[in-house]
Design a binder for this molecule. Structure first.
Ligand code: SAH
Ligand code: SF4
Length: 422
């Protein structure tokens, strides 16, 4: 039997794609290999959102080049956001790679390895209790810094019936929490008939027996409708957590990024979400050092973060991506200055998260146990906070109540109060 190994770099979308790819290969008779050195087929699922991610992929490619030289029968394939519409450049740079395929074209890879796709997305044979479900591919926004629309194509929503069926199959295999994925997950349905939207999909999934939690990522502020906020507030399985990338706290920078909202519109939206959904946790993405960002404009970002007090902030230093509109602007902020701004945001957020999480001391949080790490069980609260606890029993896959006893900016620790039904 042939074996495969998948190396994944990048976001949840890539991880979800890799899981599906693995499942298709297993259906086609491939076995998973625990070591890259032993596999007959190695697939590298790449990310190109920032140069640092691309560099990681290139590092892995050089390891693969060595393996291929030692063992020429090894098959190598590259997929993910590094594969663009012109493969010739990639073929020239990485001639030892046997196949390149776009993330939307998993069927091409299956054809290449002689495992014709059957049309239905394969599901992981042994999914964990939490699963990712892509519901909308691509992006129509073209934020000026972003490579995603060029590599993932235009937005395309999966039919609701197909998603429902997939979630039912996952639940039948033990999944209790699903995260619906999309680059712009809240614009789900705009290309479907009858005004079908994410709020409606959440309503339908909320009725599935056995499914206990529903999350969705990533929301674009422009597409966060009142109906969607109401759905999150009113549906008991939909978790109180919204990832809403702000990117910058300065209106001119937002406009140069083509983000289509102002800081005050964003703050207003965040306020409405917090009023409608008590206890909601908000997370955001920030880019520092966008072309032309002055110290004053950067200060405004820090101020807004200080005012909005997010639960989590993902901050990145601006990285020019060839082909995007921003790459034609002067990359005016030197690297050391980008790094200083990044460090400042991280330090600011660390303080905010420490205070926010400390408020949970003594509280009882519902945690879905995902596994063990360093001898402790871990899982997440409905608000997506990581919680560790010790227990001698097997708690995998259980919904437990944890009394929070320790808090840090990144995680919580506590002890078991009692097992919930279900
Ligand atoms: N669709 C999501 C995010 C997609 S990319 C959104 O609209 O926000 C994930 C994150 O990577 C972005 O939120 C952004 O903060 C960061 N990012 C994207 N392109 C980048 C670039 N060229 N340089 C630095 N960070 C970037
Ligand atoms: Fe990129 Fe903007 Fe689309 Fe997000 S919304 S994927 S940042 S273009």
């Amino acid at each position: 039997m042939s074996s495969y190994y998948i190396w994944t770099v990048g976001c949840q979308m890539n991880k979800a794609d890799s899981e599906r790819l693995a499942a298709s290969l297993e259906e086609a008779g491939y076995a998973s290999s625990s070591r890259v050195e032993d596999a007959d087929l190695v697939i590298l699922n790449s990310c190109a959102v920032r140069q640092s991610a691309e560099n990681r992929v290139i590092g892995k490619l050089s390891t693969l080049k060595r393996l291929k030289a030692e063992r020429p029968s090894l098959l190598l394939a590259l997929t993910g956001c590094m594969v663009d519409y012109q493969e010739s450049d990639l073929r020239r740079r990485f001639p030892y790679v046997d196949a390149f395929f776009k993330p939307q074209a998993v069927g091409d890879l299956l054809g290449f390895v002689g495992a014709a796709p059957n049309g239905q997305p394969a599901l992981p044979a042994r999914p964990s209790v939490c699963a990712f479900v892509p519901i909308i591919q691509g992006c129509d926004n073209f934020c000026t810094y972003c490579i995603v629309p060029f590599r993932r194509g235009r937005e395309k929503s999966r039919p609701p019936a197909e998603i429902r069926c997939e979630v039912e199959r996952l639940v039948a295999r033990g999944v209790r929490e699903v995260t619906l994925l999309g680059q712009n997950v809240d614009s789900y349905g705009h290309d479907l008939a009858n005004g079908y939207d994410l709020a409606r999909l959440l309503q339908e999934l909320n009725t599935l027996p056995g499914l206990e939690r529903i999350r969705f990522l990533t929301s674009h502020p422009e597409d966060m409708t009142r109906g969607l906020i109401e759905a999150v507030a009113g549906l008991e399985k939909v978790c109180e957590h919204v990832n809403l990338p702000l990117q910058s706290g300065d209106d001119d920078i937002l406009q140069a990024m083509r983000r289509a909202y102002t800081v005050s519109q964003y703050c207003d939206l965040a306020g409405r979400i917090r009023t409608a959904i008590p206890g909601v946790s908000l997370s955001t993405d920030i880019i520092v050092g966008f072309p032309g960002e002055t110290e004053e404009q950067f200060r405004r970002t820090a101020e807004v973060l200080g005012e909005l007090r997010f639960d989590t902030v993902h901050v990145a230093a601006y990285s020019p991506r060839v082909g995007t509109a921003a790459a034609r602007m002067e990359d005016s902020v030197p690297f050391v200055e980008k790094k200083r701004r990044l460090d400042e945001i991280e330090a600011l957020q660390e303080g905010i998260a420490a205070e926010t999480n400390a408020k949970l001391l003594g509280a009882v949080e519902e945690v879905l146990v995902e596994g063990q790490r360093g001898g402790k069980w871990f899982g997440r609260t409905r608000t997506n906070k990581l919680v560790f606890f010790c227990d001698a029993g097997n708690r995998y896959g259980q919904m437990v109540d944890i009394v929070i006893e320790k808090a840090s900016p990144w995680a919580l620790q506590g002890s078991l109060r009692g097992r919930k039904e279900g």
